[in-house]
Design a protein around this ligand. Sequence first.
Ligand SMILES: Nc1ncnc2c1ncn2[C@@H]1O[C@H](COP(=O)(O)OP(=O)(O)OP(=O)(O)O)[C@@H](O)[C@H]1O
Ligand SMILES: [Mg+2]
Length: 254
Amino acid sequence: MMVELPPRKLHDSKILFITGTGTGVGKTVVTASLVRALCLRGVDAVAAKPFASGCTPDSDWRDDDAQLLTAASGTLEPLNVISPHRFSHPLAPITAAELENRTIDIHQTITALHDLAARHQVLLVEGVGGAAVPLRGEYLVSDFARDLGAPVLVVTSSALGTVNHTLLTVAHLRARGADVARVVFVRPHEGPLTLAEETGVPLATKLARVPSAGVVPFIPEFHEAASLPLALESLPTLCDAIQQLANEITGIFA
Ligand SMILES: Nc1ncnc2c1ncn2[C@@H]1O[C@H](COP(=O)(O)OP(=O)(O)OP(=O)(O)O)[C@@H](O)[C@H]1O
Ligand SMILES: [Mg+2]
């Protein structure tokens, strides 16, 4: 018989790890919105992106995700702390690192994130791609989430396919020993909920046995934002799903 453990309370941990069903699913939108929601409540929250691929080799090899995450919290922590492993190739970190003759020190990365968390009240850590993306050897993002010791928020799409993608991701994370705490669904388009969303979201939540924070709306202004200030302003920070997660992290429902 399967033993049901009560869902972990998010405010029990200073760190929340955010992964997803795949690249482009909405991890950065969720992480940036959440860190902003926390900061607007007066919480000293920061968000990091320890592994980033496809960074532009301009003056600072700046990564769009780290840039948005930094702006969303307004932190003064330097880019090297927020995003220590930036690769130019838009590939899995293991491959990008190999092509760029670099190695990823997992232990050092985790220690640095724990140090960062110690300087703030809350640390959100965005993964890279999906949960089974390799970082080094056979070591995956899911292993990193487990070793970081943080509860995991799974970002998934609300669209058709969510049951399959959500269940596979949650099962994989659990098989690796990660602590799956919440799932959140991101809409890939505007308009009324489709039948696939209306049926798929509750089904995925029920079958995955993970509490859901709900559905993040699609924000056309964010999708089309050409500038960082505009993107920041159009984040879905005030939507119910993000507010619920912020409530849970700050222990309002404790
Ligand atoms: N709620 C939303 N409203 C409007 N557009 C969105 C929303 N969520 C995601 N998008 C669009 O999808 C793109 C990818 O989202 P996001 O960058 O958050 O994904 P990701 O999972 O962080 O991807 P990566 O694997 O590259 O880190 C965004 O740049 C944006 O164009
Ligand atoms: Mg991202």
